[in-house]
Design a protein around this ligand. Structure first.
Ligand SMILES: [Zn+2]
Length: 429
């Protein structure tokens, strides 16, 4: 029989688990039994959310490359439970840091799935119909995997990214459901994300509370001081490119880089990460120089596993704007009406070859290094592409750009794949 833990709205309905839930002494949190081993840390999204507000955030954030809409909201929902901050912790305007679990535990973002998957495939998706006041549920037991379903048609789901003032918050409810996926039951502490009843929009649930942190530490242990950590990744983040990973606590030999797999399916095999094994470090365990594989991966997030086997061997997640798609790099052709404009001048960026009817973002950087989507300084504009893939965007050159050279690229995200343009160089007078 399938056991489910459900998050209900209001105070009138709570459907509990069929499993025994044992309160911890002097704590609000409870556990459902079991934990996720390293082979079950993957988290994917089948984005079948169809509500008009569930996928209207089109802005790509540099700390969360290549994903937007419901996918970005659910990625952040999982990363909140991670041992340490994801990248620099930014990207959610309702909290200062995403990633504050403090345990020997991190979810491993593995991008998109192509179906809802089975009950153990670790995929989040939307579900038709309704069930009273229930917002979403997580299928348990968890140790061999889980599945989360949102009642997509029954509620006005919102993908943020700012505070949600009406409707239901995908990220906040996702954070609660993923708390079940990692082994927590409902908490009696009203400020906890794992509190049994959703409050209002659910946005406060995005940030886990001390009671939640105590809960995840109870299951996985307080984060080891020897856990590896990634502080920066530089180099050529393309197929076969050479990169340098900077951090702490890397083993001298036998490190493993966990990359997002490019396998897009609805079964467990798509949950397997692309792993590069046998990596040595230098600088007293602070630097890994390596060559990326020539296929099988995509950008989003990476982890480093040191030469160990438990949860304390796997680093927090780190943003990785790499382009594992190969052919998707520079597939959009973009030009500008004037490469040497004056401040205050109206220019037009024109393109062709973009994927049809998808969100696009145009960014600029003051340093040249395609793809720009981990290093950009600001957003030029955003919108939706047309069915022909041909379009344009008008922009007035800001006065603060005077005397500078800006590098401009366009990015279109389609099913977790990145398509970007050539770099347009703009020498501003
Ligand atoms: Zn719940």
């Amino acid at each position: 029989m399938k056991n489910v833990l459900r998050l209900a709205i209001g105070s009138s309905l709570l459907v509990g688990s069929a499993m025994v839930v044992a309160p911890q002494e002097a704590e609000g949190y409870t556990t459902i039994g079991g934990s996720l081993g390293l082979a079950q840390r993957d988290l994917r999204v089948y984005n079948n959310f169809s509500g008009s507000n569930a996928n209207n955030n089109n802005t790509i954030h540099s700390n969360w490359p290549q994903y937007d809409g419901a996918e970005l909201a659910l990625w952040k929902a999982g990363a909140e439970w991670n041992s340490r901050a994801h990248g620099d912790g930014t990207g959610d305007s309702t909290q200062s840091t995403v990633g504050s679990g403090g345990a020997n535990f991190s979810f491993v973002w593995n991008g998109n799935a192509s179906g809802v998957g089975g009950g153990n495939d670790n995929i989040i998706s939307s579900l038709g119909g309704s069930s009273g006041g229930v917002l979403a549920y997580c299928e348990t037991p968890i140790s061999n995997g889980w599945r989360i379903r949102f009642y997509g048609d029954a509620w006005n789901w919102q993908d943020g990214p700012g505070n949600v003032t009406s409707g239901q918050d995908i990220q906040g409810v996702g954070c609660h459901e993923l708390g079940h996926a990692l082994g927590l039951g409902h908490s009696s502490t009203s400020s906890a994300t794992m509190y049994a009843y959703a409050i209002g929009t659910g946005a406060p649930n995005r940030s886990i509370a001390s009671d939640d942190i105590n809960g995840v530490k109870h299951i996985y242990g307080t984060m080891s001081g020897g856990m590896p950590s990634i502080s920066d990744i530089t180099g050529s983040m393309t197929l076969g490119g050479n990169i340098t990973i900077t951090g702490t606590n890397f083993s001298s030999t036998g490190n493993i880089l966990w990359l997002q797999s490019n396998v897009l399916n609805g079964s467990n095999s798509g949950g397997n990460m692309m792993k590069v094994t046998g990596l040595s470090s230098s600088g007293g365990g602070t630097v890994i120089n390596m060559t990326l594989p020539t296929g099988g991966w995509e950008g989003g997030a990476v982890h480093v596993q040191s030469n160990g086997s438990g949860g304390s061997s796997l680093s927090e997640s780190h943003p990785f704007g790499g382009n594992g798609g190969g052919s998707a790099n520079d597939t959009i052709a973009m030009t500008i009406s004037d490469n040497t404009p004056n401040p205050g001048q109206l220019v037009t960026l024109s393109w062709s070859g973009a994927p049809s009817n998808k969100s696009y973002t145009i960014v600029y950087s003051f340093t040249d290094g395609s793809p720009l989507f981990t290093t950009w300084n600001g957003i030029v504009g955003a919108g939706a592409t047309t069915s022909s893939g041909i379009g344009s965007y008008n922009k007035i050159i800001p006065s603060r750009g005077s005397g500078r050279t800006a590098y401009v690229e366009m990015q279109v995200v389609d099913g977790g794949e990145i398509y970007n343009s050539n770099t347009v160089v703009v020498d501003i007078n």
